[in-house]
Design a protein around this ligand. Structure first.
Ligand code: FAD
Length: 328
């Protein structure tokens, strides 16, 4: 049985692996993808992680993983499907046992201790579980979006806004994140278009007031993006007015998509408290409502989702895991 099973090897999971190894824990990190690094792998350039200015996102992900490998952290490629309390797993085995009388089962199934992490590679037992499963940004699903991601299409204004200094950008969305992105970009960009499919924003009133006061932000109401055009970099957006059906071509250097983030929290449903969107309710100590289950990185409900906050969570989570194990 592992002391700790970490689910996900993005920045939060890799930081946790490193801290767990250094703390002498018997830890295993599970990753569903063939490669570690998480969302950061898709980032052309990360220019806000201290000490590594302008690093390519892929290289940063590789550096995190190399560090963990150097320390001898244990990894396994596996997609976690479910997390069960060991007691429930034991009860399930007991039930199976009574149905299949001839089968022999081990007598030393742990009693009310830890968790069974169910993966596509089998079941793994752990005294504690850390969910570092991250989140994915909702996509527009329009032509050009995937091809030009990292070449002018971005899902993170805080991360990539600085690359568009003095340029013309468009933000697609109408909620808090979209409006915050437009305000953030307006500081550096010559012009920012906020493209919203409705005739009123969903963002908080205070944000709406601020964005509308900015001379270099123009809101295009009742408008949807139909296509992103460009060869090797974004050049224009094809827009459509949903009321008139009229199409237009908008010349832009960058498109920031802010139509929502989807937390990868399905495997935690029913196990820990989550908000209405699926983010895990856990404080800076990364402790969830379920004793022994922890959450770190973008999956946790918090204000700022960045590499630097994800790696901080990984470290904090392991500190909480140690406290938990020492208290047993
Ligand atoms: C395009 C883009 C650009 C960005 N640019 C920057 C930037 O410049 N600076 C910055 O600080 N931040 C940036 N970010 C944000 C940053 O990447 C995230 O905040 C950070 O990656 C979060 O780390 P995480 O470990 O919490 O989650 P993730 O990076 O999402 O990693 C989660 C990992 O868990 C794995 N996983 C999920 N579910 C399972 C499962 N059931 N079983 C096994 N494995 C699972 C996933 O495969 C993934 O590898 C950017 C994000 C994007 C999308």
């Amino acid at each position: 049985m592992y002391d700790l099973v970490i689910i996900g090897s993005g920045p939060a999971g890799l930081s946790a692996s490193i801290y767990a190894k250094r703390a002498g824990l018997n830890a295993l990190t599970l990753e569903q993808n063939p490669m570690s690094g998480g969302q950061v792998l898709n980032t052309y350039e990360v220019d806000n992680y201290p000490g590594l200015p302008g690093i390519n996102g892929f290289d940063l992900g590789m550096k995190f993983r190399e560090h963990a490998d150097k320390l001898g952290c244990e990894f396994m490629e596996a997609a976690v499907q479910e997390i069960r309390q060991a007691l429930a797993a034991e009860q399930r085995l007991e039930a199976e046992k009574s149905e299949m009388k001839a089968a022999s089962f081990s007598d030393d199934i742990e009693r009310d201790l830890g968790f069974a992490v169910v993966t596509d590679q089998g079941e793994i037992k752990a005294r504690t579980v850390l969910a570092a499963t991250g989140a994915t940004h909702a996509k527009l699903g329009i032509p050009g979006e995937e091809e030009l991601t990292g070449m002018g299409v971005s899902y993170c204004a805080t991360c990539d806004g600085a690359f568009f200094r003095g340029k013309v950008t468009a933000v697609v969305g109408g909620g808090d994140v979209a409006v915050e992105d437009a305000i953030f970009l307006a500081r550096a960009c010559e012009k920012v278009y906020l493209i919203h499919r409705r005739d009123e924003l969903r963002a908080a009133a205070v944000l709406q007031k601020e964005v509308m006061s900015l001379p270099n932000v123009e809101i295009l109401w009742d408008t949807v993006a139909k296509k992103i055009e460009g060869t090797d970099k974004v050049q224009a957006l094809v827009l459509e007015n949903v009321k008139t059906g009229e199409s237009r071509l908008l010349t832009v250097d960058g498109v920031f998509v802010a139509v929502g983030i989807i937390p990868s929290g399905d495997i935690l449903k029913g196990l820990v408290d989550q908000d209405e969107r699926g983010y895990v309710l856990a404080g800076e100590d990364c402790m969830t409502s379920m004793s022994g289950v922890f959450a770190a990185g973008d999956i946790r409900k918090k204000k700022l989702r960045q590499v630097v906050t994800a790696v901080a969570d990984g470290a904090n989570a392991v500190t909480s895991v140690l406290e938990y194990l020492n208290s047993k």
